[in-house]
Write a protein that binds this ligand. Structure first.
Ligand code: AHR
Length: 511
């Protein structure tokens, strides 16, 4: 088959918010303990004086990941932040009820996370509040502990614990995690009751610190839950009888999504459902703004897709907390996920890859080092090169004609054309135009006319591919990595079967 891709580098659209490359670290399996923090590792050379893994830091750091979410996930629903601060010898060991009742020593808590996230990763922290067994009082005291600058009780306690005056200035706070889920401890079944509580919490939190940004707990973006909580919480700014004005209480609406299939084509196309989730949630936000008469000019919430990845919980069962072994097929699915976030980057203010180390992660630790899984290389390329503005691109190629039964395909994707080439493109301020192309076809190379850039232009090519869609990097060999090449634009480019290709054109001089 032949195809064409036409890029329009001079037609800049919205700016791509780098927050779409954010991460997530949860007290689950070996993500925190054994991943980020490894006090029991006998090889002390691998560790900082605070027992943080140096190899994890040096591998993640060049990606310049903007935000890390913490401490969960499901773990959040029973987390009491005060267990994880203060003298280490006095911290209680609790049972992690979200993840099999494993002991949680609380040796790594708020201040340790801040040290890792801010000082080592140069990233912003995003903390998720306990709306399961936790109280508003507890949430307020955590925010005061992190952000207050005066002489209030928790600000002083923080200074006592950290030994310095600097607040943590945590900007992003989640109003619970998947509170609707039956797996959740202290599940909230009724969206109206969650919305009411979330508004009361938001009102109090923004009185304490009006600068924070609050993330509402949505579902997969397409459920009655999403409709109800969005409709009930996106409200006009108010001024109370006492003259206190409060701006919008909700700044982001969260969506979570995980995809997987043992069938390669289904696996790679499944993330397209996220595109529909983003469009649906955006429409729900618009609807709430209209029906609740949000005045023009009042900032509207955007989307925080704060958990996404390829994950089949059944496949990863038995490992210590979802240690997925990613195949080349999974890496291509991750590339489609990232293409979706770039294509919809005018609507997505944040997206967090779940998770950043060991647990459903592209990066694994062993006792002696790290393994970069297949999907690592795709994530790395996006973080390094896809930035600036999204640009228009028109793709013409054949489409997947296989099974589209709802058993694997969300209704949202059913009926949509799934082109063998899944594409996004960007232009950055340094004059680089980047075109990201997934050839999802398991067996066919696709000969493609690439237009919109001058013939003769020399292009940097980064390809992620492997012998077959099933190969992994987890058996002692890096079978999938980045292959760098050059191509001079002339006629057609052949996108190999089951590959991810990034073409990097220089389109103008640095501005
Ligand atoms: O990321 C793993 C888990 O998936 C999170 O704890 C939870 O929020 C989701 O169900």
């Amino acid at each position: 088959q032949t195809a064409s891709i036409h890029v329009f580098p001079s037609h800049r659209q919205n700016e791509i918010n780098r927050h779409i490359y954010s991460g997530f670290t949860e007290h689950m399996g070996r993500c925190i303990e054994g991943g980020i923090y490894d006090p029991n590792n006998p090889n002390k050379d691998l560790l900082t004086p605070k027992s943080l893994r140096k190899d994890v830091i040096s591998t993640l750091k060049p990606l310049d990941i903007p935000i890390f979410r913490y401490p969960g996930g499901n773990f959040t629903a029973t987390y009491h932040w005060q267990d994880g601060v203060g003298p280490h010898s006095q911290r209680p060991t609790r049972l992690n009820l979200a993840w099999g009742g494993q002991p949680e020593t609380n040796q790594f808590g708020t201040n340790e996370f801040m040290g890792w996230c801010r000082d080592h990763m140069n990233a912003e922290p995003y903390l998720c509040l306990n709306m399961g067994t936790g109280t508003l009082d507890e949430a307020l005291s955590w925010i005061e502990y992190c952000n207050a600058t005066g002489n209030s009780y928790y600000a002083k306690l923080r200074r006592e614990h950290t030994g310095h005056d600097r607040p943590h200035n945590v900007k992003y706070w989640g109003l619970g995690n998947e509170v609707w889920g039956p797996w959740q401890i202290a599940q909230t079944k009724d969206p109206k009751s969650y919305a009411e509580t979330a508004l009361q919490w938001a009102k109090a939190i923004k009185l304490l610190d009006p600068s924070v940004k609050l993330i509402l707990c949505g579902s997969d973006g397409m459920q009655p839950w999403d409709y109800e909580v969005i409709e009930a919480t996106i409200l006009p700014a108010t001024t109370s009888d006492l003259g206190v004005t409060q701006g919008p209480l909700i700044d982001y609406v969260s969506i979570h999504g995980y995809t997987a299939s043992s069938n390669h084509h289904k696996n790679v196309f499944a993330p397209l459902s996220a595109e529909h989730a983003i469009l649906t949630t955006t429409a729900l936000i618009d609807l709430a703004c209209a029906s609740n008469a949000i005045p023009p000019g009042q900032p509207r919430p955007t989307i925080a897709f704060d958990e996404w990845n390829v994950w089949d919980p059944k496949r990863a069962v038995g490992s210590q907390g979802a240690e997925e072994k990613y195949t080349l097929s999974d890496a291509l699915a991750v590339a489609v996920w990232l293409n979706v976030f770039v294509r919809q980057s005018d609507k997505v203010g944040m997206a967090c890859l779940a998770q950043s180390v060991n647990v459903i992660s592209p990066l694994m630790t062993t006792e002696t080092g790290v393994i970069r899984q297949t999907s690592w290389f795709v994530y790395e390329l996006f973080c390094r090169f896809v930035r600036g503005h999204k640009v228009d691109v028109v793709v013409n190629c054949e489409c997947y004609q296989g099974d589209t039964s709802p058993a694997w395909l969300r209704d949202s994707v059913k009926g949509r054309e799934m082109r063998w080439l899944d594409v996004c493109a960007s232009v950055d301020g340094e004059g680089w135009c980047v075109v990201c192309v997934v050839n999802a076809h398991e067996g066919e190379d696709i000969v493609t006319a690439v237009g919109g850039v001058d013939g003769g232009t020399e292009v940097e090519v980064y390809e992620v591919n492997g012998e077959s869609v099933d190969v992994t990097n987890m058996d002692g060999e890096e079978k999938v990595g980045i292959c760098e090449k050059r191509w001079v634009v002339q006629g057609e480019y052949v996108f190999p079967a089951h590959s991810f290709t990034m073409l990097r054109f220089r389109v103008s001089e640095r501005k």
